[in-house]
Design a binder for this molecule. Structure first.
Ligand SMILES: [Zn+2]
Ligand SMILES: [Zn+2]
Length: 216
């Protein structure tokens, strides 16, 4: 504490414990005034109550000024604005793709961060894309699988592997492997742990089971 502020404190406490408010005119203790180091008294000229009143009135009378300060988030998150944006993206898919590619080229670290965040928050969609890519590669039959189908298989598993009955981290597996003409279809899905998944690989289910589920 510097000499001047120490002096100030002594003055506040012992010499003049009360101070008149310039707005309401009431004599109030120093504690009732906000700290303002730029002033010689070290306190605001008006009391805290008056300051609060003033702040509230200011916001009420000049809402646009207050709103401007958080305009970014306010605008971005407003349902009306979001609806307009998503309509634009739907109507301008080609432009949107170009825009995305340009941004990826110009600001790779920003797009990488955004896509990492999206992947963490949309794991079922990521799963959907990965399975669909594999299905496309082998031109698999079936009606296709979306994130909702994946979620329901995972939920029905109750966290237990369909093959070894153990509680482990699970992923969705094609029961009849795509490589053997299995369908990319919700009816051909099971929740399996990674060790079952990798030991089964592309073997037909019946063969793999007959071999005692060993990797071979
Ligand atoms: Zn006052
Ligand atoms: Zn398993």
């Amino acid at each position: 504490m510097g000499v001047i502020s120490l002096e100030k404190s002594i003055r506040e406490c012992y010499i003049s414990p009360m101070k008149p408010c310039t707005k309401c005119g009431e004599e109030k203790p120093f504690d009732a005034f906000g700290v303002e180091r730029r002033l010689s008294s070290g306190r605001q000229p008006h009391c805290r109550d008056c300051a609060t009143k003033y702040r509230k009135r200011y916001r009420r009378e000049r809402p646009h000024v207050h709103r401007k300060s958080n305009k970014g988030n306010y605008e971005r998150n407003h349902p009306r604005v979001r609806a307009r944006h998503s309509a634009w993206w739907k109507a301008n898919k080609e432009k949107g793709r170009e825009y995305g590619l340009r941004k990826q080229r110009e600001k790779p670290e920003i797009t990488a961060r955004a896509s990492r965040k999206w992947r963490v928050n949309n794991q079922d969609r990521v799963h959907e894309f990965n399975l669909a890519r594999r299905a496309r590669k082998v031109n698999a039959p079936g009606s296709g699988v979306n994130a909702t189908d994946i979620r329901s298989v995972m939920d029905e598993s109750l966290g237990i592997c369909a093959y070894c009955n153990e509680r482990k981290p699970l992923t969705v597996d094609h029961i009849e492997p795509l490589a053997r003409g299995g369908a990319h279809d919700p009816s051909n899905l099971a929740a399996a742990c990674s060790s079952c998944n990798s030991s089964k690989k592309t073997k037909p289910l019946i063969v793999w089971l007959a071999k005692g589920r060993r990797a071979a």
